[in-house]
Design a protein around this ligand. Structure first.
Ligand code: BTN
Length: 255
């Protein structure tokens, strides 16, 4: 069960790094590593994740699904759905999901998810690193982040109870992980689509070496994003950084 064992630190470099060490040494599935602050919070694409003390929930869940590595792309979608519902239950705020797993409110990021894995032919363990900006104050974000990030406290006008939020999110993670293991991806796909803000929008997908522009049309049965490009062909993405274009023909990005 996710969250049966919680290991809490006042400060770590990154909860993903700590969880990685623990998982390597045999820590069982379901253990959650939390920290009040991170000195080197890791984001996707080698970015840093701003993780000030008392500002949010910074935690990593250790999982050991008996699957092939390819299928774990679905776990990032799973985390997005579970965290989205957990946030809504705890605060009434309903974030939207930008594929694959960024949670946004009014176009600003409220939660990021970093899914890492150790695998050979099958998965050894998966680390779901989740950062929720719960009580980060506007001035704490700094000028660069103020335009792209927000927090639950800023959106609701009141401080969020971190313990209740963590409980709701872990409950949802446990429920959706169990559903995914027993029922497969289809229920999860439906829930993801209900909360997504990516489909039917003009987007750009940055894959590092190329940027593809087109209309996001669906996610397939494996969780890949399907995009109809400007020349009418369809492309399939299992990874990439998506920007949503607010105004057709403009470069203005809203997520
Ligand atoms: C992203 O959107 O770039 C992913 C951000 C993930 C941040 C969380 S905070 C807890 C866990 N520990 C880390 O170092 N990163 C993840």
């Amino acid at each position: 069960m996710i969250g049966r064992k919680l290991i809490h630190y006042a400060e770590v470099d990154s909860t993903n790094s700590v969880a990685d060490q623990l998982a390597r040494c045999g820590e069982p599935a379901g253990t959650v590593v939390t920290a009040n602050s991170q000195t080197h919070g890791q984001g996707r694409l080698d970015r840093r994740w701003f993780s000030p003390p008392d500002g949010g929930l910074w935690f990593t869940v250790i999982l050991r699904p008996k699957t092939e590595p390819e299928i774990t792309v679905q776990m990032t979608l799973l985390a997005a759905v579970a965290v989205c519902i957990g946030i809504e239950k705890a605060t009434g705020i309903r974030p939207g999901i930008k594929w694959p797993n960024d949670l946004l409110v009014r176009g600003k990021k409220i939660c990021g998810i970093l899914c890492e894995m150790e695998a050979a032919e099958t998965v050894e363990y998966v680390l779901l690193g989740i950062g929720i900006n719960a009580n980060v104050k506007e001035q704490d974000f700094g000028a660069d982040l103020q335009t792209t990030a927000t927090s639950l406290a800023l959106e609701s006008g009141r401080n969020v109870d971190g313990v209740q939020l963590l409980q709701e999110v872990l409950n949802q993670l446990d429920l959706w992980y169990d559903r995914w293991l027993t029922e497969g991806f289809s229920v999860l796909r439906k829930a993801w689509k209900e909360r997504n803000i990516t489909l039917n929008r003009q987007i750009e997908v940055d894959c590092g070496d190329t940027v593809v522009v087109g209309q996001a049309i669906d996610i397939d049965g494996e969780g890949a994003l399907l995009v109809q490009t400007l020349d009418g062909s369809e492309q399939r993405f299992l990874f990439g950084e998506v920007s949503i274009r607010c105004l057709e023909g403009s470069d203005q990005s809203c997520g």
